[in-house]
Design a binder for this molecule. Sequence first.
Ligand code: IMP
Length: 450
Amino acid sequence: MPGLVIVGAQWGDEGKGKVTDLLAERAEMIVRFQGGNNAGHTIVRDGEEFKFHLIPSGILYPEKTCAIGNGVVLDPRILLGEIDGLRRRGVDVGNLKISANAHLIMPYHVLLDTAGELKLGKLSLGTTRRGIGPCYADKALRLGIRVQDLLDEKILRAKIRTALASKQQALRELSVQRRKLRKEAGEGDREAAGQAIGDAPDPRLDLHAMTEEHISYGHRLEPHIADTARLCWDTLDAGKTVIFEGAQATLLDLDHGTYPFVTSSNPIAGAATVGAGVGPNDIEEVWGVAKAYATRVGAGPFPTEIEDAAGRHMLERGHEYGTTTGRERRCGWIDLVALRYAVRINGMTSLAITKLDVLGGLETLRVAVRYRSREGALLDSFPYHQSILHGATPEYEELPGFDADISGCRKAADLPSEARAYLEYIEELAGVPIRLVGVGPGRDQVVWMD
Ligand code: IMP
């Protein structure tokens, strides 16, 4: 039963979309199992760029089933926008299936995300403000609204009413804060003040208007709503491959990442079972995706972060700006302590290294092989205690860089010897084979290692 999970091995934005797109060629079905439109996948097909936030990367194959699993949190307005955008570009979305059990990001979740960040001030997490955390919180509180609720007006209205009741205080506090910001920004800048805090128009919080609006979303989404777990079972039982596509990454995992600077779901491979509705023995392969260096958006520990010329080289050459929020990403050297942790916790069987071309032109490549704690102790494994991690500094090995433009390489033998040595070093210390290397944004700009 060939289930294959694809996960981020670092802090996200590793290029999982491209790897999924390539591996999807051999699959029958692609399913997303967690996260929401905090994710952003960019795929370049025949020179055309596609950006997805919710729709699985396999959508560009009309003959394959693409599913949004029960573990995803879904903003119906965003999803419909993506569906419309794809249709306009001639992409058939008939094979898109949406779990009836997936939870909905409602307008108040987006507002509460902003409210939470404003309240934290300097301590804010740097969330994408897409309502992810508040939506998963409602799911755990059993106050969530699911896709299937869009099909029954009476149930939908009652559930929205109940969910809203517990949020009035926080929403009131937000509107006070908004008024204050508007006042500070001056009369002429009212709009700007609203946008700056990720504002949504208040009429959307009206129970009647919200119910009506969501019922109309339900009508449009109905043809896609399905029992996606059963679709996975049927595909697996027929001996065909299902790809479980992760969003975000290992170090943003709610349980195993750098809490509290994490997302509100579990992006590690084990969560594919819960978020798609299959058993652990349905999973045969786990592919981890890591950049040839490292990036992080939002706040939180990042031991190998650099702000020197090499960091700017990565930022500029790698176009390290968020697909979802446009934010500049923090850049740093590859961290093998964190990568070994990701290998183990995901049960990784293969590694894909992306954006190797970005490192071209750097004289020396640094690779973090262990940390040193504030007290001077050497740490070979990723610290489980936040204070130790926050105080850890990396110890590097240095390898020679390469100058050549490698974007035209298609075989391992085409790569400069220094690039091959760099990959071999990573492979040896990570303990899993590197099967795929990205050398440019294009779909064909890859080197298959075996
Ligand atoms: P949230 O997922 O919007 O709640 O944000 C929580 C943290 O996860 C923040 O640091 C975000 O920047 C980060 N994050 C969420 N989604 C992504 C992603 O797709 N790529 C990289 N970072 C992400």
